[in-house]
Design a protein around this ligand. Structure first.
Ligand code: FAD
Length: 381
């Protein structure tokens, strides 16, 4: 049993922490006000290779293992959890490509993601179908040369800034086996978007997407026709642990700030950190986060070892964002009135971390996946 990261991973973590504190943190609160990601964030993340982490070297990436992506997620989110959306999206999309796309498609698609010239997003959710994504209705009607896509997606992160999207559409009959995945350009007259006025993650640019007869060909199809649902579900097994670490990263920053504040704020003649009522709740949340963090890395380590990690990833999908939100809540209360104005980041961290309680599947759906692996499908809810 070994609980340590390699020297190389630790060195990389420190580099990313410095990078994130310098380049990402200064935009965290200001981008929430403008509702747009500062464009230099994408350029800077690309320049240090964060969009190419999962991409093989021959396509311009660094071929990092999943654990390293987790370390990066934690460090990015400590400074700016919303910049983490781009990290999550590129890692998830690239893993879907690597498991299903042809060599020709990989050569065509991956280098532009690695160098940051294309920001991809993933469009699964529709107005009528979120949790029951196997029943999506976006139509991809067969034509002589390919398909014509018509319908609506909603709640798609990064769409304000994304150039391309992995879009899931119905090419066949009902259910999961009728769903195919396409990699499409969003800069097309047959595609339009409408910005959503979000309560959090405002810089992450969530939009609805409308397709009005977008023509796609076989070269845009990812994997076999009808295999789209399977590929996204496999990708989610990995991205759910990354989401856990994004939430934990921002919660760790919140607790660190609260600990500093508690040591420096005095009431009744002593630092508030000397009161059990202040220190112990913070210790409890540090403990919960440490537990959830271990499980996130176990899921990623299992992925790297080629072991099944479905249950671990789904466990942290419900647990880590919840633990993060509760930790940030306590960190906010530690500040008293000082966190009750927008110049203190705690309230924004609370709102932003909560987004991950829904994005990529809610707690109920994550628990359903765990229940199936524990009880067996036949006996699960
Ligand atoms: C910040 C954010 C970012 C997002 N980014 C993206 C993105 O980039 N791409 C994308 O495709 N989607 C994205 N989503 C959408 C997200 O994946 C869906 O919101 C999510 O899967 C839940 O679907 P829904 O909102 O339609 O809720 P519903 O499926 O309508 O569920 C509503 C409630 O009922 C519960 N519920 C539903 N079915 C069951 C059941 N069988 N048993 C018990 N409880 C159940 C749910 O847990 C939830 O509490 C994002 C969402 C958010 C909030």
């Amino acid at each position: 049993m070994d609980f340590s990261f390699t020297d190389e991973q630790e060195t990389f973590r420190q580099e990313i922490r410095k990078f994130a504190e310098k380049q990402l943190a200064p935009h965290y609160q200001t981008d929430d006000v403008t509702g747009r990601m500062t464009p230099s964030i994408f350029e800077d993340m690309a320049a240090v290779g964060l969009f190419g982490l999962r991409i093989p070297e021959r396509y311009g990436g660094s071929e990092a293992d999943a654990v390293t992506v987790g370390l990066v997620a934690e460090e990015v989110a400590r400074s700016n959890i919303n910049a983490g959306y781009a990290l999550l999206s590129t890692a998830l999309v690239c893993d879907i490509f690597l498991s299903a796309a042809t060599d020709e498609q990989l050569a065509d698609w991956l280098p532009s993601i690695a160098d940051g010239s294309v920001i991809p997003t993933l469009a699964l959710t529709e107005p009528g179908h979120g949790s029951d994504a196997a029943n999506i209705e976006l139509q991809a009607k067969q034509t002589a040369d390919g398909w014509e896509i018509t319908g609506e997606k909603t709640s798609i992160s990064l769409t304000e800034d994304a150039d391309r999207a992995v879009v899931f559409a119905r090419t066949g009959g009902p259910g999961a086996r009728g769903v195919s995945a396409f990699y499409v350009s969003l800069d097309h007259p047959a595609v339009s978007k409408a910005r959503l006025d979000d309560i959090a993650n405002r810089a992450a640019g969530r939009c609805s997407l409308f397709f009005d007869g977008l023509i796609v060909g076989r070269q845009d199809l990812i994997g076999d026709e009808g295999s789209g649902f399977k590929s996204v579900m496999q990708g989610f097994e990995y991205s759910r642990a990354i989401i856990g670490l994004l939430a934990i990263g921002t919660a760790s920053a919140a607790l660190d700030d609260a600990i500093d504040y508690a040591k420096n704020r005095s009431t009744f003649g002593a630092p508030i950190s000397t009161r059990q009522g202040v220190a112990f709740p913070l210790v409890e949340h540090l403990t919960y986060l440490a537990g959830a963090r271990h499980l996130c890395y176990e899921a990623l380590w299992r992925k790297d070892q080629g072991l099944d990690h479905t249950a671990q990833a789904s466990m942290v999908k419900w647990w880590a964002p919840k633990a993060a939100v509760e930790a940030i809540h306590q960190a906010l209360l530690t500040f008293g009135h000082a966190a009750w104005s927008a110049d203190n980041p705690q309230a924004q961290r609370l709102r932003d971390a909560m987004g991950f309680e829904i994005a990529d599947g809610t707690a109920q759906i994550a628990k359903l996946v765990v229940a199936r692996s524990v009880f067996g499908r036949q006996f699960a809810p």
